[in-house]
Design a protein around this ligand. Structure first.
Ligand SMILES: [Zn+2]
Length: 219
């Protein structure tokens, strides 16, 4: 997948080192992290179609050696799981994002987050079960992140926040069960109030910030 010209403008203005022909998900995860940075958050998983994550360490966005950091959606959580488009098997985002809904939707009448939430409103069992499982799998991945980084705050952003009422409980319970006791001390897990606008707002904020810092006006 090739980047749209607007992506390059955002990356250049934000001084994010990303090379050509990289997936757009790289942008999503980094921009989500920037959004989190402006909210003083140390880590933020962003679920849209897949999952991207951004990590803020010491108040700065962690970009990795070559700007690729943030692809935790492709960490393995099922060793012999489903085949992912990245070439791996059992990637986190296959089980904890809208990709899980697409999989469940093969046998039922819903194919999007909006449709599954409408079905869940009617207590449709498959919809409820699918959202419950997404919450659980989100919890598994977030527990891995917590055990690795020992963050003070995890923010869940973008579209999946709309399903908070169904995914919150299984997510928090799974995190409690799978996270080291020492890492649970002082830990906060929030659903972003920016919801599906978090990524684009984070990107816009970073570009404006960069422009203001570089531009000096004399009067
Ligand atoms: Zn993958």
């Amino acid at each position: 997948m090739r980047l749209h010209p607007i992506h390059w403008i955002v990356l250049e203005e934000a001084n994010i080192p990303v090379r050509s022909n990289e997936p757009e998900q790289v942008i999503d995860s980094l921009c989500g992290a920037i959004s989190a940075l402006r909210s003083q958050a140390p880590a933020a998983p962003y679920g849209t179609i897949g999952i991207g994550t951004g990590t803020i360490i010491g108040g700065e966005l962690f970009k990795g050696a070559y700007g690729y950091s943030g692809e935790m959606g492709h960490m393995t959580i099922e060793a012999n799981g489903r085949k992912c488009s990245c070439g791996n098997r059992g990637c986190w985002e296959l089980y904890a994002s809208e990709k899980a809904i697409a999989e469940a939707g093969k046998n039922v009448a819903y194919h999007s987050l909006q449709e599954i939430m409408q079905a869940a409103e009617q207590d449709e069992p498959i919809a409820l079960h699918t959202l419950y499982q997404i919450g659980e799998y989100l919890g598994v991945g977030i527990a891995n992140i917590i055990n690795t980084f020992n963050p003070e705050l995890v923010i869940i952003g973008n579209k999946l926040t709309q399903a908070e009422r169904w995914i919150r409980k299984p997510l928090l319970r799974t995190v409690r069960q799978r996270t080291l006791q020492s890492h649970q001390h002082g830990l906060q897990i929030h659903f972003s109030s920016l919801q599906q606008h978090s990524t684009v707002l984070g990107a816009a904020n970073e570009v404006i910030q960069s422009f203001v810092e570089r531009t000096r006006v004399s009067v």
